[in-house]
Design a binder for this molecule. Sequence first.
Ligand SMILES: Nc1nc2c(ncn2[C@@H]2O[C@H](COP(=O)(O)OP(=O)(O)OP(=O)(O)O)[C@@H](O)[C@H]2O)c(=O)[nH]1
Ligand SMILES: [Mg+2]
Ligand SMILES: [Zn+2]
Length: 299
Amino acid sequence: MITGTILERGGAGYRVATAQGEVTAVLRGKAKRGGPRVIVGDVVELEPDPTGDLFAICGVAQRKSLLARRVPDGRGHRPVVANVDQVVVMTSTADPPPIPQLIDRLLVIAEANHIPAVLSVNKVDLNPGDELVARYRKVGYPVFPTSATEGTGIADMKRQLVGRTSVVTGPSGVGKSSLLNAIEPGLQLRVGEVSARVRRGRHTTVSAVMIPMKDGGFLVDTPGFSEVGLWGLPLIELAGAFPEFAPLVEQCRYADCLHHREPDCAVVEAVADGTVDRGRYQSYLTLLEELQSAPKAWE
Ligand SMILES: Nc1nc2c(ncn2[C@@H]2O[C@H](COP(=O)(O)OP(=O)(O)OP(=O)(O)O)[C@@H](O)[C@H]2O)c(=O)[nH]1
Ligand SMILES: [Mg+2]
Ligand SMILES: [Zn+2]
């Protein structure tokens, strides 16, 4: 019996990383009948299959975390990737200019799924992005200023990735492929091309792929991250996805305060006196409104 990590689902089976290299494995017996669905990121137990060089998946380890996407046309959700250790939200300081609302949304998705998030601020050669860096450091997020083209900050970013399973997400053109190539030269991801996600049709199935790193850890390419589970988050829990709001909410007059129009709201007061960043609060209100009009907004 050996253990492995599911990298990708293929036509005939799963591509699995093991200590002895990559193997192909299929579901057999109990795992096939009532067991949990096996998804990318799952840690599985494998047995050599007598019929050839295939392996049989005979057990799935309990998941540490799970990212799931809402099914477009109905209720319920589809698991996308398991055991992600961190979400790396990536932005550039210029070209394209940063969109704080989008950064906040991606951070909130990570928080709502109980996965630690860090921020990668790329293209510091074009603009140092000091304000952006300070804004998120103040909230408490680890921030990594980088230049993928000049090599600035790459060693620090790499240290944060090695040994962990990371989802790297952010808008097109911020330099995700460039940064990952700089960190792991063997990857040879294409740079400057519009990524597949933009071209993806509405009903195309998108699945995640895990890429093993030489020094340990995995990078997860999951095209639909921005569609991943913020939906279904109870309104009252949204403020908890803004770490700087957390110590304040107990001081609001009402226990069910949504920090919008309620009187004696500690969050609103903190925004007024500058303790909480106004832009972050705006992002909160936008997401609150979206959640209030769900499920439509998430389809
Ligand atoms: N000046 C500068 N340009 C960069 C940097 N990183 C990436 N670029 C350039 O930005 C453009 C987009 O880079 P990509 O790595 O393809 O961006 P991406 O985030 O992977 O984009 P998608 O795959 O479309 O999501 C390319 O022309 C890169 O050469 C950087 O640190 N500084
Ligand atoms: Mg890319
Ligand atoms: Zn409040």
